[in-house]
Design a protein around this ligand. Structure first.
Ligand code: PLP
Length: 399
């Protein structure tokens, strides 16, 4: 294979790939644990994990083992047939979600597809109204995009589904005013990741549950970014003590292999979509399902939920101990975190971090987002925290 450096690859990238992601920062060639390497041989600590995807880091033996074993026996069958990994993963998801008997799973291939399935599910209530939160991100397919807030993502593609009411997150009065018997579903992220790691208050989620139950509206919790242990529980909604009608899952579930899922809670919601009403060729394929099982098994066997909570708390403490004037604090839960800054310099800091060998991103101008592999250690976190003063040097106001 010809050896090419970052620059040569990226020139070819620009000539051959659609420009929707802009210009990539580097070409990555391999990963191991919490580190990745680029085509120039430079090593990075991966504090973003493919945006909350590589739950077990890179090249984890459980993922590699499940992939290689499964691809040697069966990679794909049509949905005319079932496979053991598909069935076992569905059972495990229902179990770790604490969903009641009669709950069910629809497998998709991404977060946005899980949301599409949820939107179609909601239509089967006979209602069309939807509620989503301001600043929400639910994906880019046209149904999910209608629920996504950011005008720059949405407006070039309008008209989309028209019946979406947007309410400010954590605004109880707006929630009360919006939920009615005309509304099919309320979609909420327990922590808005793309908006800069902004949490829904547990009391807001509980009120959402109360109001939607009273109006026969589905409460659909989007756990695409927060699920599969990322916040220290299997799913973030569990920390608010609510039972949703459905959750959407993707990202971390496949440990890097594309998979998405809609989990419906209880028999009446699970019966809304019937034979022929939804489907996808690759959904629930045995390869992705086997890896999903390996991810869940490893989180359980290695007690990673407790680890996530502990390392997340360590991060909060270490950043606070810096006492840096440009750092407001750390918010979020577990290992979905924002280091919030008192100036709009996050994009510049993320670039500096990359040069210094750390992958983070800046979802908003004053937020550095960290969503590292769940297996990251305190020492690896400390290597980034101790670099922060250098990364922030001279940035006491926006450039
Ligand atoms: N929902 C949430 C909360 C997300 O964070 C994302 C992606 O960032 C999506 C949905 C869309 O998932 P995907 O990019 O896999 O389509």
């Amino acid at each position: 294979m010809p050896s090419l450096d970052n620059g040569a690859y990226l020139e070819r990238y620009d000539r051959s790939l659609m420009g929707v992601y802009g210009h990539p920062k580097a070409v990555l060639t391999r990963g191991e644990g919490c580190y990745v390497w680029d085509a120039d041989g430079k090593r990075y600590l991966d504090l973003l994990a493919g945006i909350a995807v590589n739950a077990l880091g890179h090249g984890h033996p459980a993922v590699v083992g499940a992939l290689t074993r499964q691809c040697a026996s069966l990679i794909h069958v049509s949905n005319f047939f079932a496979t053991a990994p598909q069935i076992e993963l569905a059972e495990r998801l229902v179990s770790v979600a604490g969903a009641p008997s009669g709950s069910a799973v629809f497998f998709a291939n991404s977060g946005t597809e899980a949301i599409e399935a949820a939107i179609k599910l909601s239509r089967r209530t006979g209602r069309t109204g939807l509620i989503a939160a301001r600043d929400a991100f639910h994906g880019r397919t046209t149904g999910a995009l209608a629920l996504t807030h950011k005008p720059a993502y949405r407006e070039p593609f309008e008209p989309l589904i028209g019946s979406v009411t947007r309410i400010p997150l954590n605004d109880k009065a707006a929630l009360r005013a919006a939920v009615s018997r005309d509304v099919a579903a309320l979609f909420l992220e327990p922590i808005q990741g793309e908006a800069g790691v902004v949490a829904a208050d547990p009391a807001f989620l509980r009120l959402a549950r109360e109001l939607t139950t009273a109006c026969g509206t589905l409460l659909i919790i989007d756990e695409v970014q927060t699920g599969v242990g990322r916040t220290g529980t299997w799913f973030a909604f569990q920390q608010a003590g609510i039972t949703p009608d459905a959750i959407t899952v993707a990202k971390g579930l496949g440990g890097g292999v594309p998979i998405g899922a809609l989990v419906t809670f209880g028999p009446s919601v699970s019966g809304l979509l019937t034979a022929g009403q939804h489907g996808t060729t690759f959904g629930g394929n045995p390869l992705a399902a086997a890896v999903g099982l390996a991810v869940l098994d490893t989180i359980e066997a290695d007690d990673l939920l407790a680890h996530v909570t502990s390392v997340g708390n360590h991060l909060v403490g270490s950043v606070a101990a810096l006492g840096h004037p440009l750092i407001r604090g750390v918010r979020g839960a577990g290992l979905l975190r924002a280091v919030t800054l008192s100036a709009d310099v996050a994009a510049l800091v993320a670039d500096r971090a990359l040069s210094a060998g750390f992958i983070v991103n800046a979802p908003t101008p004053d937020v550095l987002r960290l969503a590292p592999p769940l297996v990251i250690t305190n020492a690896q976190i400390d290597s980034f925290v101790s670099a922060l003063p250098t990364l922030l040097a001279g940035l006491d106001r926006a450039p």
